[in-house]
Design a binder for this molecule. Structure first.
Ligand SMILES: O=C(O)CCC(=O)C(=O)O
Ligand SMILES: [Fe+2]
Length: 236
């Protein structure tokens, strides 16, 4: 692992994909825990206004908050910690581990920035872990716009339209994806039985704990803690 090279790539592109980072056995175990938690047909979590307007169908689970220890092995990985320190600097903090589950036939996630890019230096870091392969047959591919972490605010427009320079990622079992919180990204519709990823979010020293409370979509800013649209961008 060449940390300096990976850091340069992340800073330039706003994301980083490292295949075969986590071993298959660990991934299979976590995948099994996630599937048994959600079962066959979990209820939607967000309210109808969010589901309609955000075009984002994810059901979150915070396993560590429920004392499920198996997920700690990822946080504790010294290679992950080293890369995180390279990107965020000393004193970064791990925020939470969130599994995001999407059901068959749902829209995935519309374009968004996890936190507003109002201050370019204040951002969250997504450390995404995939316990099984994401394929074109299953859908749910992660799409990013390279270098958009330096392009400011996600432009107003079609929440699920295409950007000319977008790149489709198909993470495999054990792939680690680093994603800058200002990078424009989305998840494509789910064709298979279900799709999920697990995100170990982190933030640099001094970033507010609620840095990801307001998410920027192409048609609104949404505040999760209040389940409220805080800015309507559609009619700009
Ligand atoms: O599940 C993914 O691939 C991306 C999820 C995402 O947008 C996020 O964790 O902020
Ligand atoms: Fe996101």
């Amino acid at each position: 692992m060449n940390t300096a090279e990976l850091l340069t790539q992340f800073e330039h592109e706003g994301y980083l994909v490292i295949e075969d980072f986590f071993d298959a056995e660990l991934m299979a175990g976590l995948g099994q825990l996630i599937r048994s938690y959600f079962g066959d047909n979990p209820d939607f979590f967000h309210n109808d206004e969010f589901l309609d307007k955000a075009q984002t169908d994810v059901i979150p689970w915070f396993p560590q908050n429920e004392g499920v220890k198996a997920f700690d092995a990822i946080d504790a990985d010294p290679r992950l910690q080293k890369l995180t320190t390279a990107i965020l600097g000393d004193g970064w903090a791990s925020q939470y581990c969130m599994v995001m589950f999407s059901k068959q036939g749902t829209t995935g996630q519309a374009w968004h920035q996890d936190c507003p890019p109002d201050d370019p230096d204040v951002f969250n870091l997504n450390r995404l872990v995939y316990t099984s392969d994401i394929t074109d047959e299953i859908g749910g591919q992660t799409v990013v716009v390279p270098r958009s972490h330096k392009a400011g605010l996600l432009p107003v427009g079609d929440p699920v339209g295409e950007f000319e320079n977008q790149i489709v990622l198909r993470p495999k079992q054990g792939t680690l994806v680093f994603l800058h919180g200002h990078t424009w990204h989305r998840v494509l519709p789910i064709k298979g039985a279900y799709r999920f990823s697990t995100n170990y979010r982190a933030a640099p020293a001094g970033a507010p704990d609620d840095i990801t409370d307001v998410c920027v979509y192409r048609n609104m800013r949404y505040q999760f803690s209040k389940s409220k649209i805080v800015e309507d961008r559609a009619d700009r």
